[in-house]
Ligand binder design. Structure first.
Ligand code: AMP
Length: 394
C-alpha cells in the first residue's frame, strides 16, 4: 500500500467549509473518516455537520500548521487557494489532492486558456488584456459582441461584462478596475454542458456526465443527467476532460464546463478542479457520488463506479426562493414524495445565494426536470409565514 493511503478513522483535511465542503464531509463520514476544515467561520456549513473547525485563513501559516497536526492529506472546495499555501502544507508533510499545478492553472483565466491552447482543446476566440492598448486589438481578434472577464477571482458571472461595441470596451475594462482580463468571443451555443472526472493516484479515472446545465443570470439554475445530445458529444466531452487531467497529472476531481455550439461542436468554457454544482444529483443518482469520489481519491483509494449512474435532475434553491418568506417545505414536498431536499444550513437567504437544491431521479430526465421545477415553484409561491421569515432574515 502507498504510504499516503488512509484508513477509516483517519482525518481528511479540507480547505473551505461551504456547501461543497459540507457534502464532502458527509460522504467522508459515511466511509468512516473524520474531516478537519479550515474556514474563517467555525459555524460554516461543513462544521455544522461535524467537520472539526480550524478557524482562520488558508494563507495563514499558523492555521495551516494546525491542519498539518491532524492530517496528512488535504483537498479544496474552491480553486483560489494560493499555491504557496499548498507548498507550505507540502513542507509540513501534507499532500494536496488536487496539487498546486491544477489550482495554479485554473485560478487564472489567462493561464487556463494558454494551457488549454497548448493541449489543443477547442476554445472561444480570445485575447489577453493587460494594458490599455490591448483593448484596441481585442475587437479585431475576437469580434463583437465579446465578453470581457477578469483573469482572476470571477465566478457565477461576477467579474464579467458583455461588450457590444468597440467604444464600450474601455469603460468595461475600467469598471473591472483595469485588472488583467481576457476578451472572449460570444459563443452561439445550443447548450451548456459539464463533465466531472475523478482521477486517483494510480491514474484510474471515472467520470460523471456530461450534464446539461441551464443558467439564469449567469448562475446555474438546473442540471440534467445525462445530457441528451448523443454518444458523439459524450465521447468527445470525456476525451477532452481526460486529456486535461492527464496532462496536469491531476489527482482529484476536475470539472470541465463546455459549450455545445449551434453547429454541434464542443468548446471549453472553463475548468474547476473540484466538485461542481452540476454534480449534486450524483448523491442520489450514482453509486459513487462526486463527494464519495473526492473522499476516495483523497484517501488514496481507487476511483469508484460512475458508469451505472441513473437519469436525474438537480434544481438549485437560491435565496430568491425565500423572497416571500420561509418556504412551506411540508406543503411543497407532500405532492411529490420522490423530490429530495438538500439545505446547506445557511441562515441569510440573499438573492442569488446558493442555499440548497432539489434532486429527482426519473427514468425520463425531462420529467425529472418538470418535477423539480414544479416543486420549486410551489416553494416560492407558498411561504409558510412571511412575517416570521422577514424578521429571521433581518
Ligand atoms: P463563466 O463564469 O465564465 O462560467 O460564465 C458564466 C456564464 O456566462 C456561462 O455559464 C455562460 O452562460 C455565459 N458565458 C460565459 N462566457 C461566454 C461566452 N464566451 N459566450 C457566451 N456565453 C458565455
Amino acid at each position: 500500500m502507498n504510504d499516503s493511503t488512509l484508513k477509516p478513522g483517519d482525518t481528511l483535511g479540507l480547505i473551505g467549509g461551504g456547501q461543497l465542503g459540507r457534502m464532502f464531509t458527509q460522504a467522508a463520514q459515511r466511509m468512516g473518516f473524520r474531516v478537519a476544515v479550515i474556514d474563517p467561520d467555525t459555524d460554516c456549513p461543513a462544521a455544522q455537520v461535524g467537520a472539526i473547525p480550524i478557524a482562520g485563513r488558508w494563507d495563514d501559516r499558523q492555521t495551516l500548521e494546525k491542519l498539518a497536526k491532524v492530517t496528512k492529506v488535504v483537498t479544496v472546495e474552491f480553486e483560489n487557494i494560493p499555491a504557496r499555501s499548498l507548498f507550505y502544507l507540502e513542507k509540513l508533510g501534507v499532500t494536496s489532492r488536487p496539487g498546486w499545478r491544477s489550482l495554479w492553472v485554473s485560478q487564472n483565466r489567462i493561464r487556463e486558456k494558454r494551457f488549454l491552447n497548448r493541449l489543443g482543446c477547442p476554445l472561444p476566440k480570445w485575447c489577453e488584456i493587460r494594458v490599455k492598448k490591448d483593448l484596441e486589438r481585442a475587437a479585431q481578434t475576437v469580434g463583437l459582441p465579446l465578453i470581457l472577464k477578469t483573469a482572476a477571482e470571477g465566478y457565477d458571472g461576477k467579474g464579467q461584462a458583455r461588450v457590444e461595441s468597440a467604444s464600450q470596451l474601455a469603460e468595461a475594462w475600467q469598471s473591472m478596475g483595469q485588472r488583467p482580463c481576457v476578451a472572449e468571443s460570444l459563443v452561439a451555443f445550443q447548450a451548456e454542458l459539464s463533465i466531472i472526472v475523478g482521477r486517483d493516484q494510480f491514474g484510474g479515472m471515472a467520470s460523471h456526465g456530461p450534464m446539461w446545465n441551464h443558467h439564469t443570470h449567469h448562475i446555474l439554475d438546473w442540471s440534467i443527467h445525462p445530457a441528451p445530445f448523443g454518444p458523439v458529444v459524450t465521447t468527445e466531452a470525456n476525451r477532452i476532460a481526460r486529456r486535461v487531467v492527464e496532462s496536469l497529472d491531476h489527482v482529484g476531481l476536475m470539472t470541465v464546463e463546455l459549450f455545445l455550439t449551434n453547429d454541434g461542436h464542443l468548446i471549453v468554457n472553463e475548468l474547476a478542479p473540484r466538485p461542481h454544482n452540476s454534480g449534486h444529483w450524483t448523491i442520489e443518482g450514482s453509486p459513487t457520488s462526486q463527494f464519495d469520489q473526492q473522499a476516495r481519491i483523497l484517501a488514496g483509494w481507487t476511483v469508484g463506479d460512475t458508469f451505472s449512474s441513473v437519469p436525474a435532475c438537480m434544481g438549485n434553491l437560491l435565496g430568491d426562493v425565500w423572497a416571500q418568506g420561509e418556504p412551506n417545505w411540508a406543503e411543497a414536498l407532500k405532492n411529490d414524495s420522490g423530490v429530495k431536499l438538500h439545505l446547506y444550513g445557511k441562515t441569510s437567504p440573499k438573492i442569488g445565494r446558493k442555499m440548497g437544491h432539489l434532486t429527482v431521479i426519473d427514468a425520463d430526465p425531462r420529467q425529472a426536470l418538470s418535477r423539480v421545477l414544479k416543486t420549486r415553484d410551489t416553494l416560492k409561491d407558498q411561504p409558510e409565514n412571511s412575517c416570521k421569515s422577514t424578521s429571521q432574515q433581518a
